[in-house]
Ligand binder design. Structure first.
Ligand code: ZN
Length: 327
């Protein structure tokens, strides 16, 4: 039986799965990514995981049709790998060539957001949709995009750094990239605590804070606030948390509306841990506010049904090169 190998190469965890062209996974394994023993160790780990997966699932190496990889960090499509990642001290992490040399099958490497929209297009809500934007709201915020059935890549495969769209012209918060006012600086999992703190300080809401769910959840410290505690509080109908979640939602609506204005999609799907853990509290405010900011005809907005596996689904589609054969 023919199978493809899907690799979700994250800065924290690496997941490897075998699956069919129909999008059915046969077997999978997951490990902490080894970023500490040199740039070459990363692909050696992936190679070893593929061997072990084949053994574990009794898969004949001759039936493997290809390997698809969704990788963290900026891509270098010429050399086929990750260039100057923020999470590791390497100039370049080779991915494509070591895998091709080890397995003698085609290897497709894309950044993790681009691979995810391939997953949505072939196995999720994007089947038969020509124009689709997938947005992940996770530690950071990023996107993958199809326009006119074409996967948009950019000169280095790093198109759609959508988390760095400006949503605050006052630039009150600094983004991880060093610039001010970016969407990700307010609404990503890593930065929601900064936005909550900003709202409490700027609006003199210390008394509200002391009476809020956040006070207990953060041990009475503004620096102890987490994204989880903000959404947990909103789910418990805590007034301050609801207000913060609503404000996050307005900024998310601006970001999604900007994507609609720029790409003119039929469909926008949302994923990433912040979305998947708080579906209603992320989706509803976006749906409520995005029309205030769009100029293009509105798009359908939904949470991806592929959940946390969307990158693996995309890598599986890429392993079968489905994205290269669009009618
Ligand atoms: Zn930024």
């Amino acid at each position: 039986m023919e199978y493809g190998i899907a690799v979700d190469l994250g800065a924290t965890n690496t997941r490897v799965a075998a699956g069919t062209a129909k999008g059915e996974f046969i077997a999978r394994i997951s490990e902490r990514t080894n970023l500490f023993e040199g740039a070459e160790a990363v692909s050696l780990q992936v190679i070893s995981m593929i061997w072990r997966l084949q053994n574990k699932a009794g898969l004949d190496p001759r039936d493997m049709v290809g390997i698809g990889v969704g990788a963290f960090g900026p891509q270098d499509p010429i050399r086929g790998g990750i260039v100057k990642p923020a999470n590791a001290p390497y100039e370049f992490i080779p991915v494509r060539k070591p895998l091709e040399d080890a397995f003698k099958v085609p290897v497709e490497v894309y950044n993790d957001c681009v691979i995810s929209v391939i997953g949505e297009r072939f196995y999720g809500l994007g089947k038969n949709v020509d124009n689709i934007v997938y947005i992940t709201i996770s530690t950071g915020i990023g996107a993958g995009v199809y326009v006119d059935r074409r996967l948009l890549l950019g000169k280095d495969g790093n198109a759609h750094e959508i988390g760095h769209i400006v949503v605050d012209c006052e630039g009150r918060l600094v983004c991880g990239c060093g610039k001010r006012g970016h969407w990700e600086a307010y609404c990503s999992g890593r930065n929601i605590p900064n936005f909550a703190k900003l709202m409490i300080e700027a609006k003199n809401k210390f008394e509200d804070f002391m009476n809020s769910y956040l006070w207990k959840a953060s041990n009475g410290s503004l620096n102890g606030i987490t994204a989880k505690s903000v959404y947990d509080g909103a789910k418990l109908n805590d007034r301050l948390c609801i207000e913060i979640v609503e404000n996050i939602g307005v900024l998310n609506a601006m970001g999604v509306a900007s994507a609609i204005n720029v790409y003119d999609p039929d469909l926008v799907t949302l994923g990433g841990a912040v979305t998947l853990n708080n579906v209603e509290h992320v989706l509803n405010p976006i749906k409520q506010h995005f029309k205030d900011y769009i100029v293009n005809r509105e798009a359908e907005i939904a949470v991806t049904p592929l959940g946390d596996d969307i990158g693996l689904y995309g890598a599986l589609a890429a392993a079968f090169r489905l994205h290269k054969n669009i009618p």
